[in-house]
Write a protein that binds this ligand. Structure first.
Ligand SMILES: Nc1ncnc2c1ncn2[C@@H]1O[C@H](COP(=O)(O)OP(=O)(O)OP(=O)(O)O)[C@@H](O)[C@H]1O
Ligand SMILES: [Mg+2]
Length: 520
């Protein structure tokens, strides 16, 4: 095809960034912002939309008659600007007509991400990922807003957040693949772009540090760590994860080898004869447990409709945490919010310790959110017993404590609503992980038992792990599980030892020596 044959699409609707609509390469002019908002909604959500619901969506402050009239006017402007046959309009509803000569960047991006997520790790959809990264000019409808429609604002924000998450995933995949190919300079650029989306994301910092090392920029790698420390301190008041600091120390002492620990491991290069160096900084690749992991992913998908309790049980060191981590990775890349906390030996008399840690993990996921605006004042007062930072200003120093009848269930309900707000915003089930429940305090266990009875109404997976030998038959956690199993809302995994073949695979990967694995 010659360049002059390449014709502009008849209609281009660009929503990933400041909105732009072009007809035969010429921007269309509509005299109201509502026309753009309407077009965005119709282009993003295929199918017929009822007139009344669109009218109240865009003109929430007008009565039905005026809102309908305003919608009629806006539609006629929009239909004229788009040209013949783009909108199917009748009395009841309207629909955008997607056709071969229409391009919507949003649709292309979403389809690309879906395709890339389904691609096999051995044949990653590199070109598709790169296309997605190029399509994303900026946040969804960046710089565009309506003054008088909060519902539109919510919708725009929801779309923007979902797309940002997808974009982070796209950049993470691209950076990992570039690193695996040895294109370290490209991996640096991608990781830096990734960090602009989520400056506090430690895996991105680590990948960038490792890419700098491989590109020979030792000082830049160390600087990156310092920047990560500063950002975490300023924004969250926390130190980096142990993994990030360990990486920094290894780089500083120049003992760093091995690929990034958090990203898909590249295939080992063929280095016949010389065993690969021990990748001491990297988590061992997961072996076996495919049945369990598949089942977990399946349960997570189903939990979109009805919440579920999942328990992973097994003896110490059997691999409960490893399996949980693998599941968390999958849930995150499906777009879930994952709240993680664990219980500690000797902290059984610290009431609600793990629950507090869980909620704080959730709050750290959304540093930009104003919880005072999102939660009811009563709920804030109740949960501020555990999280003083959430206490609403008007109840500060009031000294009032809710200890009337039903106080306990009001407190639980408030905690549950905070958890819903922390974990339940994506279009897939949120995940709460509490590890080592055999060490949990009674107050946390009592709250969890209450929550498990109310999972039906929430798109949540509550994943608990415990050691078999430390959880006696009459342990409260076991009674909670038994009850939930009777009601059909729980699933119990008893982890056994890895098979000989799995162990051999692990040994072979670690040592790089297949014969050693066979001998063992
Ligand atoms: N399927 C697996 N593939 C690779 N490594 C594994 C696997 N299962 C466990 N391991 C490794 O074995 C070690 C112990 O596993 P893990 O920490 O998951 O056990 P656990 O059951 O959580 O133990 P604990 O009861 O002490 O918490 C870890 O280093 C982990 O990475
Ligand atoms: Mg563990």
């Amino acid at each position: 095809m010659h360049a002059e044959d390449v014709r502009t699409m008849a209609l281009e609707i660009l929503l990933l960034g400041p909105p732009r609509v072009e007809r035969d390469g010429v921007p269309i002019v509509v005299d109201t912002r509502k026309a753009i908002a309407l077009l965005a909604r119709l282009a993003v959500e295929p199918g017929v939309h009822a007139r009344d619901s669109l009218a109240t969506w865009l003109w929430p402050e007008s009565d039905q008659q005026h809102a309908r009239a305003a919608l009629r006017r806006t539609l006629s402007t929009l239909a004229g600007a788009l040209g013949e046959g783009r909108l199917a309009i009748d009395r009841a509803g309207l629909e955008f007509c997607h056709a071969a000569d229409v391009r919507v960047d949003y649709a292309e991006f979403v389809a690309g991400v879906r395709h890339a997520r389904e691609a096999s790790p051995s044949e990653p959809a590199v070109a598709v990922l790169e296309r997605c990264a190029a399509l994303y000019r900026d946040d969804f409808l960046a710089g565009f807003s309506l003054r008088d429609s909060p519902e539109f604002d919510d919708w725009q924000l929801f779309q923007a957040e979902t797309l940002r998450r997808d974009m982070c995933w796209v950049l993470e995949r691209i950076a990992a693949l570039q690193f695996a190919r040895g294109s370290y300079t490209a991996a640096i650029d991608t990781a830096r772009r990734w960090l602009t989306f989520d400056p506090l994301h430690e895996p991105a910092h680590r990948l960038l540090m490792q890419s700098y090392v491989e590109a020979g920029e030792h000082a830049a790698a160390l600087n990156q760590y310092r920047q990560c420390v500063r950002l975490l301190e300023a924004e969250l008041g926390v130190a980096p994860l142990a993994e990030t600091t360990a990486l920094y120390e290894a780089i500083r002492e120049r003992r760093h080898t091995g690929p990034p620990s958090v990203l898909p491991q590249p295939a080992a290069p063929e280095t016949a004869g010389t065993p690969a160096p021990l990748p001491y900084l990297r988590t061992l690749p997961m072996v076996g447990r495919a049945t369990e992991l598949n089942r977990l992913v399946q349960l997570h998908r189903r939990a979109r409709r009805v919440g579920r309790l999942i328990v992973i049980e097994g003896e110490a060191g059997i691999g409960k945490t490893r399996l949980t981590e693998a599941f968390i990775e999958q849930a995150r890349s499906a777009g879930s919010s994952v709240l993680y906390a664990r219980c500690y030996d000797g902290e059984g008399d610290l009431s609600y310790g793990p629950l507090v840690e869980l909620m704080r993990a959730g709050i750290a996921l959304h540093p930009e959110r104003d919880w005072h605006a999102l939660l009811r004042p009563d709920d804030l007062t109740a949960v501020s017993r555990l999280l003083p930072e959430l206490e609403p200003a008007q109840s500060r120093n009031s000294g009032e404590v809710d200890d009337g009848p039903g106080a306990r269930s009001r407190f639980y309900a408030a905690c549950a609503r905070l958890i819903d707000a922390l974990a339940g915003e994506a279009d897939c089930a949120g995940v709460l992980v509490l590890e080592d429940l055999h060490w949990a305090d009674d107050a946390t266990l009592a709250f969890l038992s209450w929550l498990v009875h109310r999972l039906d109404a929430r798109p949540l997976v509550l994943l608990l792990t415990w050691r078999a030998e430390e959880t006696p038959p009459d342990h409260r956690a076991r009674r909670m599980l038994a009850g939930a199993e009777r009601d059909g809302r729980a699933e119990h995994f008893m982890l056994g030892r890895l098979s000989r073949a799995d162990v051999a695979e692990l040994v072979a990967t670690v040592s790089g020596d297949v014969r050693l694995a066979e001998r063992l």
